[in-house]
Design a protein around this ligand. Structure first.
Ligand code: FAD
Length: 549
């Protein structure tokens, strides 16, 4: 009888335990969980603060009793594993009553997760400074709000921070968001975040970018956050959402290999440097599916899938994790942002060459009521068009497009494949040329050399001599906002007014989203203006880079 011991009973650990049972009815499976709950919905916690998810027991996806009854798993809650003795293949544990003991394993699976960062700042231990990971954490936050907290400061504008901000606002709490970087949601490229940060501000949230919390000080019955700029933010409640660090103490003490950011190193079968010990979830360092470099991405999808693979390996079934793609989504204040694969920042860091295509289509046929615009940025290899990443921001339909591209990336597809993918269409769901196809058309056209394109960066940093900026939209559109220095000549008049354009000078055409600019480029290229290029994604992309104040 195989003895499988698992540390951590939530996403990765519970997945590993239940799959191991399905694969091996005779195995002895012992699951240790330090906290009182197993298999709870971490991802639902912010929505419990906002009262969107109620009652509280909706957060319990499963319970220790269910895991015992249905899966015959020996679940030990409030029981912490304190050490691993690799030579004897035993773990040491301590139960809530202080009793200690040992449990022997043939295979040990570590899924202890990642702990919220709490940097050693003055006052960080004040009771009003909270983090969000467990049900106990959410009880504290919800308790403070229920008790009448009126002002909150959320430090860190990542996924959890933003979800918390939305839910606090939903509860009528006046909220300030403080972020060290010059953008919200640092995994995304900055310009993609523009519509969401605008929506957050329009919801009445003060968003302080490029700011950091330096200290927390008692302030009457509440607490004040002192910022690096010297500003002081009085609050009733402070929540830190500044990232997580892998819970690697057990692994490090046992001499298992870890990466530079502390993730436990695993191979594709989720084996650590000790083949009898597997690891999965937020505690591991895996492979980045795009760049091939190390990846440490704390997301529930990877944790659950890795848990299954760890169980396969534990039960001697060949299985391999394909690497982490970083497919993620967040919604707040009616805006949705999603991404998959590498961002432009990540590609620059990895030294991977890339090209961009921007489209700004409606999420379904524009003539059908309720169409909402989205902005979709596709990153692909300039040689061969391999898909490298995509990011989108908008309302409905953003999730679908990023999911489609996520699958395309995993399948090793190219921009040329996106031209061809056949997606479901009726006017209330999509378009005959879906936004995914549109991104493929633009990218493939660039790869074929059909339409030279420049990026916003090329006109933001004026070249010498500066290009002639040609706005081919209508005068009405031009009047509503245009790129400084541009000349308006509507596309429908272009053929008759070519003599107004400078010969021998580079021309950058643009329209609202790139389509008429593309057409203008084709006209000019064939009319004696060989140095013409279209501004990728047009004025809409330029606006993302240069938001209205
Ligand atoms: P966890 O789920 O954290 O489980 C680890 C468990 O191990 C913990 O319960 C811990 O108590 C226990 N443990 C640790 N050490 C020991 C020990 N020595 N002995 C016994 N037990 C131990 N991801 C998404 O993809 N989408 C989302 O929308 C999303 N929202 C989130 C919202 C919040 C508020 C949080 C906190 C996370 C969110 N995540 C989301 C991330 C996702 O929840 C994690 O990636 C996932 O839970 C990781 O699973 P895990 O098994 O590695 O760790």
């Amino acid at each position: 009888m195989k003895r499988i011991v698992i540390v951590g009973g939530v996403a990765g650990g519970a997945s590993a335990a239940t799959r191991a049972r399905r694969l091996d009815e005779r195995a002895r499976i012992v699951l240790f969980e330090r906290g009182p709950d197993v298999s709870f919905a971490n991802c639902g916690l912010p929505y419990y603060v906002g009262g969107v998810i109620a009652p509280r027991d909706k957060l319990l996806v499963s319970t220790a009793a269910k895991l015992r009854a249905r899966f015959a798993i020996d679940v030990r809650t409030r029981c912490e594993v304190t050490a691993i003795d690799r030579a004897r293949k035993v773990v040491r544990f301590r139960a809530a009553d202080g009793a200690e003991g040992e449990e022997a394993y043939d295979v040990l699976i570590l899924s202890p997760g990642a702990a919220p960062l709490r940097p050693p700042l003055p006052g960080i231990d004040h009771a009003g400074v909270m983090v969000l990971r467990s049900l106990q954490d959410v009880d504290r936050i919800r308790g403070a709000v229920d008790a009448g907290a009126r002002r909150a400061v959320v430090v860190g504008a990542g996924f959890i921070g933003l979800e918390l901000v939305e839910n606090l606002v939903h509860r009528g709490v006046s909220t300030t968001l403080v972020e060290l970087q010059d953008q919200i949601l640092p995994p995304f490229d900055r310009e993609v975040t523009t519509p969401l940060v605008t929506a957050v501000r329009e919801a009445g949230v003060e968003v302080l970018l490029g700011e950091s919390a330096e200290a927390f000080e008692p302030d009457g019955a509440g607490i004040a956050v002192r910022l690096a700029s010297g500003r002081r933010l009085p609050a009733d409640l402070v929540i830190l959402g500044i990232g997580v660090r892998p819970e690697n103490a057990l692994a490090v003490a046992a001499g298992l290999e870890t990466g530079p950011r502390g993730g436990i190193r695993v191979d594709a079968a989720m084996r650590t440097s000790d083949p009898a010990i597997l690891a999965c979830g937020d505690c591991v360092e895996t492979r980045d599916a795009i760049t091939g470099g190390p990846a440490q991405v704390p997301l529930a999808g990877p944790a659950n899938r890795q848990g299954r693979i760890a169980a396969d390996t534990a039960c001697a079934r060949p299985a391999a994790y394909r690497g982490t793609q970083g497919t993620a989504i967040v919604g707040a204040f009616g805006r949705t942002m999603a991404m998959t694969g590498a961002s432009e920042k990540a590609l620059l860091r990895a030294g991977t060459p890339f090209a961009r295509a921007w489209v700004h289509p409606a999420h379904h046929a524009s003539y059908y009521p309720g169409a909402e615009p989205m902005s979709l940025k596709l990153l692909f290899s300039p040689q061969g068009g391999r898909l490298l990443g995509a990011q989108a921001v908008g309302g409905p339909g953003v999730d679908k497009r990023i999911d489609v591209i996520a699958v395309a990336i995993q399948a090793g597809m190219t921009a040329f494949d996106l031209e061809q993918v056949e997606l479901c269409y009726a006017p209330q769901y999509g378009s005959a040329k879906d936004p995914v196809n549109m991104a493929g058309f633009v990218a493939a056209g660039l790869l074929r050399g059909d339409h030279p394109q420049v990026d916003v960066g090329a006109i933001a940093t004026p070249a010498t001599p500066a290009p002639f900026l040609l706005d081919v939209r209508t005068p009405q559109e031009h009047a509503l906002g245009s790129i400084p220095g541009s000349v308006n000549l509507p596309i429908d008049d272009l053929r008759d007014r070519l003599d107004e354009l400078p010969r021998g000078r580079s021309i950058v055409t643009y329209c609202q989203v790139g389509m008429r600019g593309y057409l203008a480029t084709r006209i000019l290229l064939q009319s004696g203006f060989p140095q013409t290029a279209n501004l990728g994604g047009g004025y809409a992309t330029w606006r993302l880079h240069h938001p209205a104040p």
